[in-house]
Design a protein around this ligand. Structure first.
Ligand SMILES: [Zn+2]
Length: 340
């Protein structure tokens, strides 16, 4: 059955024009919060009006994930709106604007932080109100903790048990307040690692990151990408290009772990179907550095930065222009976390 499904989705991906959804990530909707994680109310309104005027379909994350799980083609030109961290301005400012447009959206919350009243966050009454209004409420770990690796002095087993506890406790609390239980985890800070993905998959969860890229039928369900839409990314010309991105049909991620373990700079190797772009037009970047893809065979390439990655989070991005959809680019981002 599984084989038949994957055969069908392979046929679909070969026969249909390129389709993809783009997930956007917002935090604050305010003018007096840190610019890097904020859009103003006017900017949010401008984004939503742009989706409307340019025939983007704003769909709920529940529909996108259903399509991904079932292997049915993802809605074309789809946009999924998400907010992380449950700031109070999401209720006071963003929610009425999104309701005016009638657009579905998702908020990823950390229940422990809400319990503690950690900053200008939503309270549970507001979460319940939004849920009753149809907002999808999902998991951002119990305490918004760094999840990708063991804490100092912790064994791998202790760390994974602690992560499982955090994920389950958050999901239970969300269900208790809202009745919703989606089992979608947005990794705090977008930080994940191969063992964490394994855990997320075993728990039956979907894992969602903060690296950029479009979502397509071959996207890995433990690391769905999202484009940032706030701060310097809020500008409509920039956002317009992100909305016109497509997902490479990746057939093998070659077990690339975002955690940089000893080998720095790390090597990214991907195998993909080349159906709608010219492989000579594939370009990869590490920051401002252009990386030359080395092709190992017809469908597999590898890239490595020339210099060691700095401590913290960084990315390799790879893009190629679509041949069938004018103005659209295939886009893949590989996040790295270097914490020696
Ligand atoms: Zn967060």
């Amino acid at each position: 059955m599984k084989l038949l499904l994957s055969f069908c989705s392979l046929l679909l991906s070969l026969t249909l024009p390129a389709q993809a959804a783009v997930m956007l990530i917002y935090h604050h909707v305010a003018s007096d919060t840190p610019r890097v994680s904020s859009v103003s109310a006017d900017e949010l309104r401008g984004h939503l009006q742009y989706f409307k005027d340019n025939n983007f379909q704003v769909i709920g994350l529940d529909l996108l994930i259903k399509q991904l799980r079932e292997g049915t083609p993802v809605a074309d030109n789809a946009v999924v709106i998400t907010f992380d961290d449950s700031y109070e301005n999401n209720f006071t400012t963003a929610h009425p604007i999104l309701q005016q447009f009638g657009y579905p959206y998702t908020i990823f919350i950390s229940p422990g932080s809400i319990d503690k009243g950690d900053g200008p966050l939503l309270n549970w009454q507001q979460v319940k109100q939004m849920s009753d209004d149809g907002v999808l409420i999902a998991n951002h770990a119990m305490w918004h903790e760094h999840m990708a690796k063991p804490a100092a002095g912790e064994t791998e087993q202790q760390w994974l048990a602690r992560m499982q506890q955090s994920i389950s406790a958050a999901e239970d609390k969300i269900e208790q307040v809202t009745g919703q239980r989606h089992q979608w985890l947005a990794y705090p800070y977008g930080e994940y690692s191969a063992p964490l993905e394994q855990l997320v998959s075993e728990l039956g969860f979907i894992g969602i990151g903060q690296h950029s890229g479009a979502v397509g039928n071959n996207s890995a369900l433990t690391r769905l990408p999202r484009f940032p839409a706030a701060g310097r990314y809020a500008d409509l010309t920039d956002l317009a290009q992100k909305l016109r991105t497509l997902a490479f049909n990746i057939t093998d991620y070659h077990s690339v772990d975002p955690l940089v373990n000893g080998v720095n700079p790390p090597q990214l190797t991907l195998s993909l179907q080349i159906t709608d772009f010219n492989r000579t037009q594939l370009q990869c970047f590490a920051g401002a550095e252009v990386l030359k893809p080395e092709w190992l065979n017809d469908n597999t390439f590898t890239v490595t930065a020339s210099k060691s990655l700095a401590t913290g989070r960084s990315r390799y991005n790879c893009t190629a222009p679509s041949q069938s959809k004018k103005g659209y680019f295939y886009w893949y981002s590989q996040p790295w976390l270097n914490q020696p």
